[in-house]
Design a protein around this ligand. Structure first.
Ligand SMILES: Cc1cc2nc3c(=O)[nH]c(=O)nc-3n(C[C@H](O)[C@H](O)[C@H](O)COP(=O)(O)OP(=O)(O)OC[C@H]3O[C@@H](n4cnc5c(N)ncnc54)[C@H](O)[C@@H]3O)c2cc1C
Length: 403
């Protein structure tokens, strides 16, 4: 198996496949110690996936819940008690998390080839038969090529694994700053962001305490925002910083803020000889921007199916991953069209954080933390929202606020 990309999705695939006895080579264009622009937030869902991979979370900062802020309303929420993933979230700066994952892959027997950008190598009939480095002029054969390349780039374009043009995506920016509150045990999200022109932003600003003297501070928006093309993320981040600086006693930024894309759909995520995992497959939760967990889960699933039946794995993976996530992700994308309308966003937020009980449901729904075995209020809310959004979807898209 050849894996392109050593982020969480590629590393999880490699760990699981190598532990199962496969010969795995991971190709990564960056150098050892690579970083990834991210909020570093791990929900209980992601912590459970790391547990499944046997990753020791001792180095991560434990998080017990979410502080949801909308205007003057603040809701301090614990992770839902009945979520099937447990009560434990975390913040783990990506440089450290990703290093741990790559080390686990190496320990499992996978080979990591750094500083090597590769592209899928195709047979005449279009089947992917391995990978090739254009600069090194080398070619490696593989019975499965795993596209774990993150937000779509050249390799994904070559295989048609691009974002669906008509579907929404996210953009976000983050940096780190020192704060005496770095040991806070809640993620903080401010849902009432306004752009420079006063427009409501369908997204949020975050303070994710890392427990190491710093916090990860960032802002993100969905592409369904009115005036999205004119949105200046640096400006939005600085405005958000002003809002939180005193309360968090924030020091100067420790690095230049950096932005990146959050893909939330894919035209295609498998084909003969290949399958895409993580961001390359568009697997990011449109309701909260979480992608690490979906990268880990999709990677593990693909590796398991590959061990069962290498040739049938791409097709089986596409089907099973679709059953697990497509419905939820589709609802999330529809939801993002809905909140792209400023009036709906403003009034919807009032409702979403109106009481502690409703805010808890909001957290469960948006975090995809619903326990399917013991459905409760959150599950009912999601299924009603699902049906409502399905009916409203054509209208919401026609009247989309983006300009
Ligand atoms: C600002 C921001 C904040 C975010 N916050 C959070 C958060 O708090 N929690 C969360 O869960 N998610 C968050 N996300 C999303 C999360 O970062 C991604 O979903 C996650 O990194 C996806 O992992 P991945 O392994 O699919 O891709 P990546 O982590 O992007 O890894 C892909 C790797 O592939 C390599 N690569 C690409 N092309 C090639 C090639 N041709 N050859 C060799 N190597 C290649 C790249 O160098 C990279 O190392 C955030 C995203 C952004 C932009």
């Amino acid at each position: 198996m050849a894996v392109i990309g050593a982020g969480p999705a590629g590393a999880a695939t490699a760990i699981q496949a190598a532990r199962g006895g496969a010969r795995v080579t991971v190709f990564e264009k960056a150098s050892p110690g690579r970083d990834k622009v991210c909020g570093d937030g791990l929900t209980p869902r992601a912590v459970a996936a790391l547990g499944e991979l046997g990753v020791d979370l001792a180095g991560a900062h434990r998080i017990d819940g979410l502080r949801m802020i909308a205007g003057n309303t603040r809701r301090e929420l614990l992770w839902p008690a009945n979520n099937r993933f447990g009560p434990h979230g975390a913040v783990w700066p990506r440089r450290a998390l990703d290093r741990h994952l790559v080390e686990a892959a190496t320990e499992a027997g996978a080979e990591i080839v750094w500083d090597t950008e590769v592209m899928p190598a195709l047979a005449d009939d279009g089947t992917v038969v391995g990978v090739e480095s254009l600069t090194r002029g080398e070619r490696w054969q593989a019975d499965l090529v795993v596209l774990a390349t993150g937000a779509p780039g050249a390799a994904a374009r070559m295989l048609g694994a691009e974002r669906v043009d008509s579907e929404p995506f996210g953009l976000a920016i983050r940096t780190y700053a020192p704060s005496p509150r770095h040991g806070d045990r809640h993620l903080e999200a401010c849902l009432t962001l306004r752009g420079a022109e006063g427009g409501w932003v369908p997204g949020y600003g975050w303070m994710f305490p890392a427990g190491d003297g710093t916090v990860n501070i960032g802002v993100g928006s969905m592409s369904t925002m009115k005036g999205f093309r004119r949105l200046n993320l640096n400006q939005l981040l600085n405005d958000y910083r002003e809002l939180v600086a005193a309360e968090w006693e924030l020091g100067d930024y420790l690095e230049r803020p950096r932005a990146w894309r959050l893909p939330m759909s894919a035209v295609r995520r498998h084909g003969p000889g290949w399958a895409a995992v993580g961001d390359a497959a568009g697997l990011i939760n449109p309701m909260n921007g979480e992608g690490i967990d979906y990268g880990l889960e999709s990677g593990m699933l693909l590796a398991d199916l590959f061990m069962d039946d290498p040739a049938g794995a791409p097709g089986a993976y596409d089907r099973v991953i679709g059953e697990r996530f497509d419905g939820f992700l589709r609802t999330g994308r529809r939801f993002s069209f809905l909140i792209g309308h400023p009036w709906i966003l403003r009034n919807g937020l009032r409702l979403a954080v109106g009481t502690q009980a409703v805010a808890n449901i909001t957290l469960q729904v948006m975090g995809n933390l619903i326990d399917g075995d013991t459905p409760g209020a959150a599950s009912r809310v999601l299924s009603v929202a699902d049906r409502g959004l399905k009916l409203a979807d054509p209208l919401l898209r026609r009247t989309r606020a983006a300009a």
